[in-house]
Design a protein around this ligand. Structure first.
Ligand SMILES: Nc1ncnc2c1ncn2[C@@H]1O[C@H](COP(=O)(O)OP(=O)(O)OP(=O)(O)O)[C@@H](O)[C@H]1O
Length: 205
């Protein structure tokens, strides 16, 4: 279970508290500027020095909030699918793999691409992909890194309506299969997983 406890991000957010179970997708909503992305920045360990944080982040019985980014194991996916354009699609995915499993990596990357309907894209230049294809590659990259929890920051907002529905269902199936806690930020009620919990992030006031 991933838990944010008594978190204050001064001067933006006061006393946020929530928990997410393994395999659960918790939806986080709130007005623009209420601090959703800043909360994610704090959770991954990349908070701007403009904010002062007080609070605790737990994953099961491990306290994470004082650990550096690379020791937290929290993956994040942004609305802009950030890929390295000077590497191929396959190389972008290879970069995500933990060193322990790099031996079998090409095969694993090919399998992951196929599972996302992207068989044959290994050598492609990311700049030639559609928005939806880039989104899928970026989610695959986040998952291949085997994160212990995953934060999704408006991952569907740039996709057109039909692609959005298909991609959303595919994302939910992928993250549920990993059985990790997931927090999803969105402004769109349609993105809330059926039966999923929703919390509203209020601003400082
Ligand atoms: N690095 C930063 N330094 C200073 N202020 C920042 C920084 N990042 C964000 N802010 C400010 O903090 C506030 C919250 O921003 P944040 O991006 O967390 O909101 P949000 O809830 O994710 O908004 P949206 O729904 O529009 O994406 C905004 O007023 C923003 O200008």
């Amino acid at each position: 279970m991933l838990t944010v406890k008594n978190l204050t991000l001064n001067p933006l957010l006061r006393e946020a508290n929530f928990s997410v179970e393994r395999g659960e997708i918790l939806t986080l909503m709130g007005p623009s500027g209420s601090g959703k992305s800043t909360l994610f920045a704090w959770m991954i360990g990349a908070l701007s020095a403009d904010f002062q944080a007080h609070g605790e982040l737990w994953l099961d019985d491990e306290r994470l909030d004082s650990r550096p980014v690379e020791k937290r194991g929290i993956g994040i996916l942004f609305q802009d699918a950030l890929l390295f354009d000077h590497f191929s699609v396959g190389q972008n995915l290879m970069l995500a793999l933990p060193a322990s499993i790099r031996k079998a990596r090409r095969e694993q990357v090919e399998q992951a691409l196929a599972s996302a309907g992207l068989a044959g894209f290994y050598a492609s230049d990311p700049a030639t992909l559609s928005g939806g294809e880039r989104s899928r590659v970026s989610l695959l990259r986040a998952l291949l890194a085997q994160p212990r929890a995953l934060l999704l920051d408006e991952p569907f907002s740039r996709l057109d309506k039909s692609l959005r529905v298909t991609f959303r269902e595919w994302v939910f199936a992928q993250v549920r299969a990993q059985n990790i806690p997931v927090v999803l930020v969105t402004h769109d009620d349609d993105d809330i997983p059926p039966g999923g919990r929703v919390i509203q992030l209020a601003g400082w006031q």
